[in-house]
Design a protein around this ligand. Structure first.
Ligand SMILES: Nc1nc2c(ncn2[C@@H]2O[C@H](COP(=O)(O)OP(=O)(O)O)[C@@H](O)[C@H]2O)c(=O)[nH]1
Ligand SMILES: [Mg+2]
Length: 681
């Protein structure tokens, strides 16, 4: 396959709710264009697009898959994306690679949460959109009702470009055909509405239409992709992917309605921040300097090869050139330039403007801008949700630690909504995803591809300890005389609360030489050490002021370690007698739910010691509730929200501040705390 003229390329992502029929539609397109010789099925594991074992076993895409087809000399690059909200990081990332989002809706189940989310995401990002209604053969399908729902939810810009006829055995193209009987809606009316909404975007066509009452199809054709690119027209199509009805028409619509890269969403190279931010328009012109953006990373677990998928936004790159990630002075050799089709790959002579290509073995990350010579800049991406669902993980077998960290690194690299970190305060390895299903798949992939298993539990809450009282002249003497060299240190401290958020302060108030100057920092070190370990519940101590007021040195046995130990012990004693309390993290949450669920949600949040701050109406009969809640009450909120709203709700949260734990909760936490044996004595 040679390089394609920019005008002969179309880049389209198949998005929408899960089980809408995206993958099956992709298979039907592959079959119709001769790329495969039988219809791959997600149901029997023969799909070329759901090729990874995890997707096959679940009979559901858990990853996105790139493929391409050819139609009338046009190269159509497609990305099939997963529909589960838990994997939306992959679907949203795919939008960076394309000019058009084809939102797939199943006539059997209608508009889902993710249908809406992806429709709006694609629109906000500036992509052209089309809607493909699949499974028109479904028994319960009410197509007239569905089209009404689509226009109500997504606006009057949505126009059928064809309609099912003869009981779903064929579709009638309403752009070129004005008469006839369809199974639903009126052919003539749909024809007129579609035609009018296209000519509206072009003055000369409008004039002709107004004066003659018609415009020839040849003349409209060039105006169509612009009307779609600008969002003025959102075509609706009907297909039965199983029988192939409507598939030819989908291909024609891709060619005639989807904008080629030069007319698609304009891309800019951004440099600098804030006031010094600079934006330079990129042009899908192979003669300019090469600029591309990585939008997907995928690795083959068997060969361990990492593929980076990139959209070429400008210029051209040959295999003997170099690739410079933004800001890097060192280039990487691209090696082969590939086209992917599911898990198949073929080599192409160059990566040219407008195309989607894959590189094997380059070390790049999702979102990275790449150049052919050292340069800098970023390209805007759609906003990704923050993964808030967390689990602490522990290897089932100690020997697996290395395998697990390798796996976590890979997963985080491939899915921008999966993250992991070691929590410094609780010392747990914590993984974050968008929901429980997300992390279940991660665990399953870890077992399948890396042969490593982990136990999970809700992560520990990073409580903190502090005091509200004071204690003065608290003394401690550390003495050890066993065998050889002895240890001796005597210290006395005052302790008092420091302002919230001020942290720790150590004041040396010793007059004269009660403790040698050289040993005073040892006391400070001992105190800091104990603060990290905690006193009453094993949590980090914050916001205390310790004054070293007195002590005693022994001419021979006093040494650094002795004063560190004395520092630790005197701190424990003083802290315990200065009214210790626990602080807990409070998060601010934004919960978006259908208006009908607001009562349930606010009642539930209040029951979780939450405070409702405000409620706002959103379009589409949705409400957003802002509240502050203790983190400990919402660690499993994702599954609760799912069950209350039937999957229609979403939320985000971030740390707001620390606040005092109620006494009864503090009692429980302290009772559950088992201090490690004291290694000092
Ligand atoms: N009868 C019929 N079934 C379909 C059609 N498209 C998809 N399916 C079935 O619907 C289910 C979900 O399809 P899939 O392609 O995996 O949906 P995805 O999650 O959007 O990729 C599978 O069982 C498919 O066989 C269609 O046009 N007609
Ligand atoms: Mg799928």
């Amino acid at each position: 396959m040679g390089a394609r003229a920019v005008g002969d390329i179309r880049n389209i992502a198949l998005v929408g709710h899960s089980a809408a029929g995206k993958t099956t539609l992709g298979e039907a397109l592959l079959l119709k264009t001769g790329a495969t010789n039988r219809l791959g099925s997600v149901d029997d594991g023969s799909s070329l697009l759901d090729f990874d074992d995890e997707s096959k076993e679940r009979k559901q895409s858990v990853d996105s898959a790139a493929f391409f087809i050819e139609r009338n000399g046009k190269l159509i690059n497609l990305i099939d994306t997963p529909g589960m909200p838990d994997y939306c990081g992959l679907a949203i990332s795919a939008l960076s690679g394309v000019d058009t989002a084809a939102i797939v809706i199943s006539a059997a189940s209608g508009i889902g949460v993710n249908t809406r989310r992806m429709f709006h995401m694609a629109g906000d990002f500036g992509l052209a959109r089309m809607i493909i209604v699949t499974r028109i053969d479904a028994e319960n399908a009410d197509l007239a009702e569905l089209v009404n729902g689509i226009r109500e939810t997504f606006g009057g810009e949505c126009h059928p470009v064809n309609l099912p006829a003869d009981g779903g055995k064929r579709v009638i193209d309403v752009l070129t055909i004005e008469e006839g009987a369809a199974d639903v809606l009126d052919v003539k009316q749909c024809h007129t509405e579609l035609l009018e909404s296209i000519v509206e975007t072009d003055d000369s066509l409008m004039d002709e239409y107004m004066s003659t009452g018609a415009v020839h199809y040849e003349k409209i054709d060039p105006a169509i992709e612009k009307a779609v690119a600008s969002g003025h027209v959102v075509p609706i199509l009907f297909v039965n992917a199983k029988t192939g009805v409507g598939i030819e028409e989908v291909l024609d619509t891709f060619v005639h309605f989807a904008p080629p890269p030069e007319f698609g969403k304009p891309r800019e190279l951004i440099t600098g921040e804030g006031e010094s931010e600079k934006r330079t328009a990129l042009a899908a012109d192979p003669a300019r300097d090469f600029v591309a953006q990585v939008f997907k990373i995928t690795s083959d677990p068997k060969s361990n090869i990492k593929y980076c998928l990139a959209r070429v936004l400008q210029g051209c790159l040959k295999p003997d050139g170099q690739v410079f990630p933004s800001g890097d002075r060192k280039g990487q050799r691209p090696g082969h330039i590939l086209k992917l089709r599911g898990n198949q790959q073929s080599e192409i002579p160059e990566a040219s403007a407008g195309d989607i290509v894959a590189f094997a073995k380059l070390d790049l990350a999702i979102g990275t801008t790449i150049f052919a010579k050292s340069n800098e800049g970023r390209i805007a991406r759609p906003k990704l949700p923050t993964p808030m669902f967390a689990l602490a993980i522990e290897p089932k077998s100690r020997g697996d630690i290395e395998k697990i960290s390798g796996a976590l690194h890979r997963f985080a690299e491939e899915d921008p909504c999966f993250q992991y970190h070691r929590d410094n305060e609780t010392n747990e390895l914590v993984i974050n995803g968008l929901g429980d299903m997300h992390l279940t798949v991660i665990r399953s992939k870890m077992k399948r591809y890396y042969k490593a298993e982990v136990d999970t539990k809700p992560p520990k809450i990073p409580y903190r300890e502090t005091i509200v009282g004071k204690a003065t002249y608290v003394e401690y003497t550390h003495k050890k005389q066993s065998g050889g060299a002895g240890q001796f240190a005597k210290v006395a401290i005052d302790i008092e609360p420091n302002e919230r958020g001020k942290g720790y302060e150590f004041v040396d108030k010793i007059f004269g030489g009660a403790i040698d100057l050289s040993f005073r920092p040892s006391v400070d070190k001992g105190v800091r050490d104990q603060m990290k370990r905690g006193v009453i519940a094993g949590c980090q101590v914050v916001d205390v002021k310790v004054s070293l007021v007195d002590g005693k040195t022994h001419p021979v046995d006093s040494k650094d370690i002795a004063f560190q130990i004395a520092g630790r012990q005197v701190f424990k004693k003083a802290f315990t007698s200065a009214k210790p309390i626990l602080l807990e993290p409070i998060v601010s949450m934004e919960v978006t739910v259908p208006a009908g669920n607001v009562g349930d949600i606010t009642r539930d949040l209040s029951g979780k010691r939450g405070q409702i701050i405000n409620q706002d109406m959103l379009p589409g009969n949705q409400m957003v509730i802002k509240a502050t809640v203790p983190l400990s009450e919402v660690t499993t909120y994702s599954s609760q929200l799912k069950s209350v709203t039937g999957g229609q709700g979403s939320y985000s949260m971030e740390l707001s501040h620390y606040d005092v734990v109620p006494p009864n909760v503090q009692q429980q936490i302290m009772a559950a705390y088992k201090p490690h044996g004291d290694d000092d004595e």
